[in-house]
Design a protein around this ligand. Sequence first.
Ligand SMILES: [Zn+2]
Ligand SMILES: [Zn+2]
Length: 350
Amino acid sequence: MQTFGYAAQSAGVPLAPFTFQRRALRANDVAMEILYCGVCHSDLHQARNDWGASRYPMVPGHEIVGRVTAVGPEVKQYKVGDSVAVGCMVDSCQVCDQCRKGEEQMCREHNTQTYNGLDRITREVTYGGYSKHLVVREEFVLRVPEGLELAKAAPLLCAGITTYSPLRTWNVGPGSRVGVIGLGGLGHMAVKLAVGMGAKVTVLSRSADKRADALALGADALLVSSDPQAMARAQSNFDLIIDTIPVRHDVSPYMPLLDIDCTLVIVGQVGPIDEQLTLPMLLGRRRLAGSPIGGIAQTQEMLDFCARKNILPDCEMIAMQDINQAFERMERADVRYRFVIDMASLGNGA
Ligand SMILES: [Zn+2]
Ligand SMILES: [Zn+2]
């Protein structure tokens, strides 16, 4: 199937129109027309080869919402016209211990990424959601529940599940004391999801500038991390801290804020952090952890949870043609809180 979208042809150039082929439908494949695609920080990093493993041409995008246009003969759960979604992975081995327990993101044979991955059968490079059509095997297609607004649902597929998964791993529920560091695409979802679970949520920020924004998102408080007295008063006050900062930073000041046996989980940054002081970890048996996206079953659980609780990201809709400007604005953290591409802007050709 011929389709079109936007691609980076190399690390140093802007994204530009690109025409390419989607594979012919396999027996267990679902074909969809993409309606919306969220713009994730990793799209920017991958397009520019910041992590050193980019394959070109690259069609980024792994926060995908669309409508089914065709299904292979063995597809059971989806039919033409269904509202569906695809996140950060499109395949895995399906037989290892992790895949069998629904943790495909941990597949021992590595999951296949939605873009910049290699198809498990043909070894062709996978192309993501900055495009008009997509073909994905049934097991990696999510259902968008009734009542969830399609245009705003896209960022749930990466920013949503990346913050939902640690909240579930560390059993956040009514009364849990959750801290969120950073108030961007991931951070604002962490606040909304934790509030939806009944937690008492505090946003940690270097200045008080974001207090009104934090409270508007549902947080109970904002803690100014540059205020030593406020930080001292908040010692041992948190059950879980989710650190969404996307750049190198120092986590040591946050560790004493955790209660005994509690965890600070990094979900945003890829790369080194500053030198870590171990004393607060030893004394309070506190933990520093990381967490990626969740498995397919948990991603569906998250979508259903968001539909039930009416939780949606705050989005700024853009046209596909505006993507390079959006990347620049994202680098300056000038977005509240997630760009979503309206694929109708692609029209009938790239
Ligand atoms: Zn992402
Ligand atoms: Zn596996």
